[in-house]
Design a protein around this ligand. Structure first.
Ligand SMILES: [Zn+2]
Length: 193
């Protein structure tokens, strides 16, 4: 049997996690498989053990090819342009990089989707239902920020407070397992080393 090193890409569905390959559904990825670095999957097993009994993670994306990254960026660019009709291309580009990471061919950073070093995920309950997090995955607004519902100066409705508590649960189990969050996207987690 070949040795699985910590940088080997493995199929996350083989490790007890639920997957929803949205970019495959969208036609942006050729494969329904979600691959991530073995070291990351091991960390996610630690995080899962800290969830309430019966809960699990649903993973939307991890390793990305250049082609998939390009399709995501093209789609986000169209969305951002419609959302911000008055913004110039330079400002739109900054938003694009914030939410998609851009489309560099060579990615030196180890904690990137392009290296299989980042996971997009949420928590599901014992019935398989996603916990309410206040926005969808790939929401391109300020509400996607991990700490958005922690803002003490804002008044939140009860559903928003629920989203805040759910995000806090996610943040706690992930950081305790050694993950690093991304402040603009509550669903994006990478290895902190
Ligand atoms: Zn991500």
């Amino acid at each position: 049997m070949p040795k699985i090193s910590k940088n080997t890409l493995v199929d996350v569905s083989h490790y007890g996690f639920v997957v929803e390959p949205r970019y495959y559904y969208f036609g942006w990825s050729k494969s329904p498989q979600i691959l991530a670095r073995k070291s990351l999957v091991d960390m996610l097993k630690l995080a899962k053990a800290k969830l309430p009994a019966g809960y699990n993670f649903k993973i939307y994306d991890a390793y990305r090819t250049y082609e998939t990254q390009k399709k995501i960026s093209e789609s986000f660019w169209k969305r951002l342009k419609l959302m911000h009709p008055r913004l110039g291309d330079e400002m739109l580009f900054l938003l694009l990089v914030k939410f998609s990471g851009g489309v560099l061919k060579n990615v030196p950073k180890p904690d990137s989707h392009r290296n299989g070093g980042a996971l997009d995920l949420t928590i599901i309950d014992q019935h398989g239902a996603s916990l309410y997090m206040g926005t969808e995955i790939d929401d391109l607004t300020e509400k996607a920020a991990l700490d958005y519902f922690k803002n003490k100066r804002k008044k939140f409705f009860s559903m928003e407070r629920l989203a805040g508590r759910n995000r806090l649960m996610l943040e706690q189990v992930m950081t305790e397992a050694g993950f690093k969050g991304y402040k603009y996207e509550w669903w994006h987690w990478s290895s902190s080393n």
